[in-house]
Design a protein around this ligand. Sequence first.
Ligand SMILES: CC(C)(COP(=O)(O)OP(=O)(O)OC[C@H]1O[C@@H](n2cnc3c(N)ncnc32)[C@H](O)[C@@H]1OP(=O)(O)O)[C@@H](O)C(=O)NCCC(=O)NCCS
Length: 202
Amino acid sequence: MAAADEVIGAQVAASLVALAPTLRLTTARLVLRRLDARDESVAIAHEQDRRIMRWIRDPQPLDAILARTQSLLSPWTGEAGAFLAMAVTLRDDDAMLGIVVARFASIVDLTMEVGYRLHPDAHRKGYAFEAMSRWIEFLCAEMSVRKLTAWVAAPNEPSWRLVEKLGFSLEATLREHTRLGGEWVDERVYGLLARERRDATN
Ligand SMILES: CC(C)(COP(=O)(O)OP(=O)(O)OC[C@H]1O[C@@H](n2cnc3c(N)ncnc32)[C@H](O)[C@@H]1OP(=O)(O)O)[C@@H](O)C(=O)NCCC(=O)NCCS
C-alpha cells in the first residue's frame, strides 16, 4: 500500500471527523443532521421496533440496545467500524423519521459501508431514496470516499431495491451468511464506486 494512500485516507477521515459534530445536509424535503441527545428515546424505540429491525438484527436485550444507542449518539471518532449516524427529519419538523449511517471499512482504501432505516409511517414516500442520494453525494463527491458498500439480507426486498435504484451493483451474495429469526439467510453485498457515479452524473 503506497504511503500516499495512507496520508490521503487519514486526511479524508480527519476532515469527516472535524465536520461531523455540526454536519447538516438538506434535500428538497429533508434534513440530515447529526443524531444527538434529543433523539435518544426515539432511537431506542426504533431499535425495539421489529418492523424496522426485522432484517437488521434479532431482538436484543435492553442493555445492548442502550449501549448501541449511546454509541450512535456519542462523538464520532472515525475509527474503522464506528458508525457516523445522521438523523433524517422533515425540513419543518425536527422529529427524527429514521437514520442514515456510514462507517469506514478501511480508511486507507477510502471504503465506507452505509446503512439506513426509517419508521414505517415514513415508508414509500421516497424519503429513503432522497436522504441516501444526498448522503452518497456528500460522502463521494464532497468527502472523496472512493467506494461505498451496502450489506442487505436477501429477503429484505425494499432495501435491495432501494440500493439498486441508488446505483449500487450487486457484487456478491454470501450464502446462508446471517442468522435472522432462527433462519440462515443470504447476505447481498452491494458496491458503488465514486468514479462510476461521477461518470454517470456527468
Ligand atoms: C428500506 C427502506 C429504508 C426504504 O425506505 P422508503 O423510504 O420506503 O423507500 P423509498 O420510498 O425512498 O423507495 C425507494 C425505492 O426503494 C424500493 N422500495 C421501497 N419500499 C419497497 C417495498 N415495500 N417493496 C419493494 N420495493 C420497495 C423501490 O425500488 C423504491 O423505488 P420506487 O418507489 O420507484 O419503486 C425502509 O423500507 C426501511 O426503513 N426498512 C426497515 C429498515 C431496513 O430494513 N433497513 C435496511 C437494512 S439493510
